[in-house]
Structures are given as C-alpha cells and as structure tokens.
Ligand binder design. Structure first.
Ligand code: HEC
Length: 202
C-alpha cells in the first residue's frame, strides 16, 4: 500500500515533503482517502498531519488592508458612510463609517446606519468576534452577510475600523413604527406577505 505514495515522489524527484503536499492536494480533489491512509505509516508521509495550515495573513498592515477592502466592497460604506453612494465612493477614509442621518423607514419603524467607529470603540476584538458572528439587527442592515463572513474577515474589519479610530457623533436613534421620521429617509412599501405555499408547490 505504501507504494501508492512512492511513485509520486519518484516521478517528481522532489523532496519527501512535496510528496505529502501533493497527497494533501489530491485529497482535496477527492482522490481516495485510502491513498493518504496508505502513506501515513511511512516516515516521510507522517508530515501529512503536521503540515503547516494554509498561509494566513498575520501582518498587521495586511489585515488592516483586507478590512478596508471588505468595507469597501461588501457595502458597509454604502449605508454607514454618509454621502458615499451619492459621491460614487469618493469619500475620504477619515469620513468612513461615521454613521448616516439617512433613515430607512418601513414596517419595522425607522433605522439609521450606526456610527461603527463609535460602536466598536469599547469592544475588544474577542467581543467583536463573538458579537459579529451572532449579529442580529433590524432591517435594512444585512446582518446575515456579516454572520456569514469568516472569522478572519470579521477580524480584519475590526482591525480596520480600530485603525480609523473613534470619531463623529452617534447616528439618529431608531424610531418605532408609526412615527414619521424627519427627512432624509427612504420609505419601503413592501408587498403583502405571500399566502402559505400550497403543499408540494414551489
Ligand atoms: C443596506 C444598508 C446597510 C449595509 C449595506 C450595511 N449596514 Fe450595517 N446597519 C445598517 C442599519 C440601518 C443599521 C441599524 C440597524 C438597527 O437599528 O437595528 C446597521 C447596523 C449595523 C451594526 C449594529 C450596530 C448596532 O448599533 O447595533 C453593525 C455591527 C453593522 N451594521 C455593521 C455593518 C458592516 C460590517 C457592514 C458591511 C459588511 C454593514 N453593516 C453593511 C445598514 C447597513
């Protein structure tokens, strides 16, 4: 069985570790796990289990840059930075994520995109990671998108926001349904909830 490993090594003529890496790769390609298991007893392939994890971004500047990229491309600025969409994203970073006076009015009342720089100010990284993994907000915040982000990406956002530092004022307070907000605000008039789907329907 160990022969399953050796031909690979001989063909490439490379170091034993290359063999292990190739096997690791092949495993991901759904090649039989048996091949890997067969290789494990041989000394050179014991490294399969001790291989370094995939490279992670550990450099602080890179983490912060990743956070900036995510904030820029995941839409956080669209709502949490006043005037961002109107100016086609041409807003100085110093003004990013300071919250917005633009209300989102709907059946839930009126919500305002939070000043994230103040919101994260007193949160430790560990607190943010726990909080953001379980984030639940009112509409129109896509809390589900943040919950789906990897821990690394949520950490990068945290580091980026911390790098900007706290600034600005809190966004206007949430208004319950039935209260007309002052301008500017969007009103969402939603269709009636559909009737329960018929059994077997799509
Ligand atoms: C479509 C607009 C929109 C987008 C896009 C958006 N947000 Fe929000 N966000 C809001 C609104 C509005 C609220 C306030 C919700 C509420 O009152 O419960 C909010 C609240 C939050 C909160 C909770 C703050 C609190 O006060 O409890 C966090 C954290 C947050 N947003 C982070 C993000 C991040 C990170 C992104 C980008 C990945 C993002 N948001 C994208 C509109 C948006």
């Amino acid at each position: 069985m160990a022969a399953a490993c050796k031909p690979l090594r001989f063909k490439t003529g490379s170091l034993p570790q290359t063999c292990s890496m190739r096997l690791h790769f092949l495993l991901f390609l759904s090649l039989s796990a048996l091949v890997l298991a067969a290789c494990q007893p041989t000394p050179e392939t014991r490294t399969v289990s001790t291989l370094a994890p995939p490279p992670q971004i550990e450099n602080e500047a890179e983490i912060v840059a990743r956070g900036e990229y995510l904030v820029r491309t995941s839409g956080c600025n669209d709502c949490h930075t006043a005037g961002y969409a109107e100016r086609g994203g041409k807003v100085d970073k110093a003004q990013w994520l300071l919250g917005s006076p633009l209300g989102y009015n709907g059946p839930w009342g009126t919500t305002y995109a939070t000043n994230l720089r103040l919101h994260l100010k007193d949160m430790t990284e560990a607190q943010w990671l726990e909080y953001s993994a379980n984030l639940r907000t009112r509409p129109i915040m896509p809390d589900f998108a943040v919950r789906e982000m990897t821990r690394e990406d949520r950490r990068a956002i945290y580091r980026f926001v911390q790098s900007l530092g706290p600034a600005g004022e809190p966004a206007p307070a949430y208004l319950p349904p039935g209260r007309t907000p002052p301008a500017p605000y969007f009103t969402l008039v939603l269709p009636q909830a559909p009737a329960a789907a018929p059994v077997g329907g799509h």
